[in-house]
Design a protein around this ligand. Structure first.
Ligand code: ZN
Length: 167
């Protein structure tokens, strides 16, 4: 089932999400729905707060052409970055912040631990677009958006413009 995407400035997006304590059929259904919702919106990642739930669940589907590598669908529960290396600058967009592109500074390579949909511990080493996407989605779980990567001046300008178009 495709779920509705929550957009800024909804307060759900700025809350810190809770870890999942029990991986059950509801969580597995949520992961399915999130994957479907992500694909329907041609996104490369989606975090649970973006569909209105403040829990630590993300899905990713990155086709990194630069490395001609297809990672396929990745479902992560309670993801945690345990190692990071070097810096990369990347222009990012977000389904929850339409019409905005932000150049962010991210770690170029990361190692992330998470639980899969069966509750099994997994570890993944990622670089490039996948590494950036994982950091973007974990930001969502911590209540952070791409606008938080803007300079204060650019951020204020964006918020002002958004307020104006809302009135
Ligand atoms: Zn996003």
């Amino acid at each position: 089932m495709i779920r509705k995407i929550i957009t800024h400035p909804d307060s759900i997006l700025t809350k810190v999400s809770e870890p999942v304590s029990e991986i059950n059929d509801d969580i597995r259904q949520l992961l399915e729905d999130m994957a479907e919702t992500m694909r329907a919106n041609t996104g490369v990642g989606l975090a649970a707060p973006q569909v209105g739930l403040n829990i630590r669940v993300v899905v990713l589907d990155v086709d990194d052409e630069a490395e001609s590598k297809k990672f396929g669908l990745i479902k992560m529960i309670n993801p945690r970055i345990v190692a990071r290396e070097e810096e990369i600058h990347f222009e990012e967009g977000c389904l929850s912040v339409p019409n905005l592109r932000v150049t962010t500074s991210r770690s170029a390579r990361i190692c992330v631990c998470f639980l899969d949909e069966n509750g099994k511990s997994r570890e993944l080493t990622a670089e490039g677009l996948l590494a950036v996407a994982i950091q973007h989605e974990i930001d969502h779980l911590d209540g952070k958006l791409i606008i938080d990567h803007l300079s204060r001046l650019k951020r204020d300008l964006f918020l002002k413009k958004q307020k104006k178009s809302a009135n």
